[in-house]
Design a protein around this ligand. Sequence first.
Ligand code: G6P
Length: 588
Amino acid sequence: MCSILGLSSDSDVAPTLVASLKRMEYRGYDSVGVAIKNGSNILVKKGVGKVNDVNASIHMDKVNGNVGIGHTRWATHGGVTVENAHPHLCNSGPVGVVHNGIIENYAELREDLEKNHNIVFKSTTDTEVIPNLLQIYFEKSHDVKRAIMDTVGKLKGHYAFVALFNTGELVGVRNHEPLIIGIGATNNLLLTSDIIGLPENISSVIYVDNNQFVIVKDHEYDIYDFEGNVAQFTIKTIPKSYQNVTKGSFRYYTEKEIFEQPNTILMAGEGDNNCLEKITQSIRDSDYVYVTGSGTSYNIAVIAKYLFSRFAGKKVEHVMASEMKYSSRYLVSDSTLFGISQSGESADILESVSIGKKKNAKILSMVNSKNSSLARESIHSIGLNCGPEVGVAATKSFTSQMAILYKIADKLCENCLAINFHTISNAYTKMLSNTSHIQELAKSIKNIQNLFVIGRGIHYPIAKEGALKIKEITYVHAEGIAGGELKHGPLALMDSSTYVIVINPDDDAYVDNISSVHEIKSREAKIIGISNKPDPSYDFWIKIPTIREELYPLIEIIPLQLISYYLAVERGIDPDYPKNLAKSVTVK
Ligand code: G6P
């Protein structure tokens, strides 16, 4: 989603703001802008496009001033235009705002401001009401704190914003969207929606709580709740891996993150066996367990069902986070709700947790950001520990999530799986050491329109995840299908121009998959087989190492990630910033 930033410093803030915006671009990248206090003016520079391109043309990093705000946008209200890009100033100019989230009642606020205060709006965003309300209330009270309290009293919806007053105050407000204060040396105070926005020299942070705001003035900061009471807080240190994240020698973050998996798979849930134990115990003790997530994390929820039932006889139900609201009447009270999320900030999962809480569910979670909202809403939360994932399409977080599921399943069945994750790590190294055949495949299929991925049993959610990756970063229409369902519809789409990827390790689904392959081949479609065993019916064979049968899901996803990545590159698409998507989707 949108990234919001504010920085107060001893020196010019624009270069740091622009560098931080570049790192946070994965949250939205259709437009970008900064506003800097320069004397008693607030200067705004903004444009449509990605940070580097816009900066090259309008030099956002060259504005002078020691306090400023910045934004990268993922459009929700109003098209992608310069007028709709943030920051937005109030009508008369002395207050600027960058915003993440949605102001649900903006239309009525806007009408009131137009009618009763003669405000002329310049954009079609929901955001622009905020600086105008702040300015109107500030003119009344001449008190920034009062103006914020009055403004948040008017706003409905989930939002966080950072405001800059020409009197020098920098303000951050949090209502169900993330906001972090970074405290650095040399009087650097940064407000950010994401720790990736922090410059290298800031490692101390405060996670602002919901319904709180911070006022920064003259290098001091005060945190209040929405009633104006002074708020308690703790200062935490963020892990080194989150500071100054770079691509290293890789061309894209997505590539780097795929290739990091031999290491990240070993880190999943590590160092917190106690928490894993508690999560396992809660699942074991619960009659009803719901597993929920969105996108890739939802595919993990489906895998949880297969793993926990097969290895522990534990019946669990998966619910798409965005569907929880409509399934809530079927939720059994006093159940366990296990939320899966890389970011821990997706609006859908946070909503599903709040629905669960109303039904007295015990909340467990698995997240990559241990201080995220989801982690804080949970009684036990286990960390993926896979380091920052910048590529919009989840890759290494998926395998880390799966590793944790396997660890829980193993505990549930009293060590029946006894997995040595070094075996998995070695298999990854092997598959990643030579990817030339997958690159050749990507080249040969770069003009396809449709791709199907089939898998049976636990390989079905892997097929769905493979298809999701292909859709997300290559824009090729892709569908993940349970092998047996082919004959119930999808075969109608097969002809000589169709390619079907078959996930087919040598396990109990092997023979049935080969039957599906023949059905597909008789419609002249081409087969890409992902398997440890060759078969003459494969037009293209991607060999995976032979490992214990129950562990194949952990390794068969790697070729699917590689196909997606190399196909994106072949099609001239930047896989890190696919169109119309964003990472941490914090709106419903
Ligand atoms: C967005 C991303 C997906 C991701 C999903 C869930 O839609 O584009 O790649 O799987 O959010 O994100 P989460 O952080 O909750 O796992």
